[in-house]
Design a binder for this molecule. Structure first.
Ligand SMILES: NC(=O)C1=CN([C@@H]2O[C@H](COP(=O)(O)OP(=O)(O)OC[C@H]3O[C@@H](n4cnc5c(N)ncnc54)[C@H](OP(=O)(O)O)[C@@H]3O)[C@@H](O)[C@H]2O)[C@@H](O)CC1
Ligand SMILES: Nc1ncnc2c1ncn2[C@@H]1O[C@H](COP(=O)(O)OP(=O)(O)OP(=O)(O)O)[C@@H](O)[C@H]1O
Ligand SMILES: [Mg+2]
Length: 387
């Protein structure tokens, strides 16, 4: 049977059924079936289309703005973009991530995002937070590099604002070009001075071509200043239900339309221009304005706070890996695939798998730290470190 049979969603299955029981139980058959399944995404009606390229792994309907949403073959994406553990590599090559977040109220969110980046496989994970939050975050984990550089209005005199703002930007600029991706927003808070400083940091990251995941209070910031991400193809927005509602109201000037969810998501990406958006929910809907795809693998019925933070840290790592994978495979047809979309697909699957394993063990008492503990096993199940 040739792979091209997969062009017709059910053809290969019918074909195999007619090959008889002997063939169906043979190891050769099992391997072919496995390959076909891993190479092709499931579409809404349960059939599979064939292709060996990531283009199809992250695919959507032919015309995303008008058609059904396809389920991504997220496992295949994870397997493809996860780099091998090569002995020739040095520290930092598997990823250097920074989280901009953490204030008086929130210390958990930046910790969850930063530690998740490490647990997924990044080599270094930094947190840039306020002075109040820094010691607390450091005490959660010695693995994180914590910079207590941000300030909130209450700690800055009016006549010192400009100089403090400049020194914050100068401090973070020293580091910026070393990062493969930054995550802006987990536990950032909404203080006006802090928001202004972080706007400058985002502009700087953009000038330096550093991919940026915007989550939590970072989304509050960009919703009120959409120019910060406009036309930035290296920006990923990861809104929850409420954050998405605010974005739609502000950018599209209308309410969220569940009937045409994929069309509306594509329109939102197009209106902002170039960004990738992952709309979190029962299924995570992902689009860069051209295509819409989803990940709906069941995770856990627990909705404890912090799962979005795990996701933002994981997406930062996977999108960096996807970028490197595509850059080093430029000769393939896969160069037209958006690495930001692949990062979202992979992060979504990994979080859901980890949440499922954590729930199996902890049931109703499952909390975010339990889920983080299963990130490693979830990735190992899909892409073994010793492969
Ligand atoms: N341990 C920590 O440190 C954690 C810290 N975190 C950090 O907290 C910060 C704020 O993040 P956020 O998600 O609470 O803010 P946002 O979306 O504005 O919600 C505000 C209001 O919107 C509503 N609302 C929310 N979701 C809704 C829904 N699905 N459907 C309908 N309504 C919904 C809800 O209203 P309520 O339901 O309470 O009436 C809520 O009062 C941010 O920095 C984040 O990173 C978190 O990461 C968690 C772990
Ligand atoms: N109703 C749901 N059913 C199943 N999974 C869900 C549901 N809602 C969210 N999720 C999953 O939980 C993850 C986090 O989404 P959520 O909406 O909780 O983010 P969040 O509100 O930003 O989280 P955080 O508390 O970290 O800020 C998503 O990737 C999604 O996979
Ligand atoms: Mg959140």
């Amino acid at each position: 049977m040739s792979l091209s049979m997969g062009a017709c969603p059910h053809a290969w299955r019918h074909h195999l059924q007619h090959r008889g029981r002997m063939w169906a139980t043979s190891p050769v058959f099992r391997r072919q079936l496995f390959l076909l399944r891993s190479l092709a995404p499931t579409c809404a009606h349960g059939g599979r289309a064939s292709s060996s390229s990531l283009q199809v792994h992250a695919m959507s309907a032919a015309s995303a703005a008008a058609g059904p949403v396809y389920e991504a073959d997220a496992e295949a994406v994870v397997r493809r973009i996860t780099p091998p553990l090569d002995r020739a590599r040095h520290k930092g090559q598997a990823g250097k991530i920074a989280v901009i977040g953490g204030c008086r109220e929130y210390t958990g969110a930046p910790y969850f995002a930063a530690i998740s980046a490490l647990k997924v496989g990044a080599d270094l994970s930094h947190v840039f937070c306020t002075k109040d939050a820094a010691t607390v975050i450091k005490s959660y984990s010695p693995e994180l590099i914590v910079h207590p550089i941000l300030e909130e209005s209450y700690s800055v005199k009016d006549d010192e604002r400009e100089s403090v703002s400049s020194s914050i930007l100068a401090e973070i600029s020293k580091w910026m070009e070393r990062f493969d991706c930054i995550v802006v927003g987990p536990g950032l808070g909404r203080d006006s001075f802090l928001m202004d400083c972080v706007s400058n940091i985002m502009r700087h990251a953009r000038q330096a071509n550093i991919p940026t995941v915007v989550d939590g209070d970072g989304l509050f910031l960009i919703t009120n200043n959409i120019g910060l991400v406009e036309d930035n193809s290296l920006a990923i927005l990861t809104p929850n239900v409420y954050e998405y509602k605010r974005l739609v109201q502000k950018v599209l000037n209308c309410e969220v339309n569940e009937e045409n969810a994929s069309e509306q998501l594509a329109a939102l990406c197009q209106k902002i221009g170039g960004v990738t958006i992952m709309r979190k929910g029962k299924a995570d809907l992902i689009s860069d304005g051209k295509k819409v795809t989803q990940v709906s693998t069941f995770g856990s019925p627990r909705r404890c706070g912090g799962q979005g933070d795990i996701l933002s840290g994981s997406v930062a790592v996977f999108s960096s890996w996807a970028r490197h994978f595509l850059l080093s495979n430029e000769q393939t047809t896969e160069k037209s695939v958006n690495p930001m979309v692949l990062g979202c697909i992979a992060g979504s699957l990994l979080l859901r798998r980890a949440a499922s394993l954590a729930f199996e063990k902890n049931k109703r008492s499952t909390v975010t730290t339990d889920i983080i503990e299963f990130l490693g096993q979830s990735l190992e199940d899909i892409s073994p470190a010793g492969r």
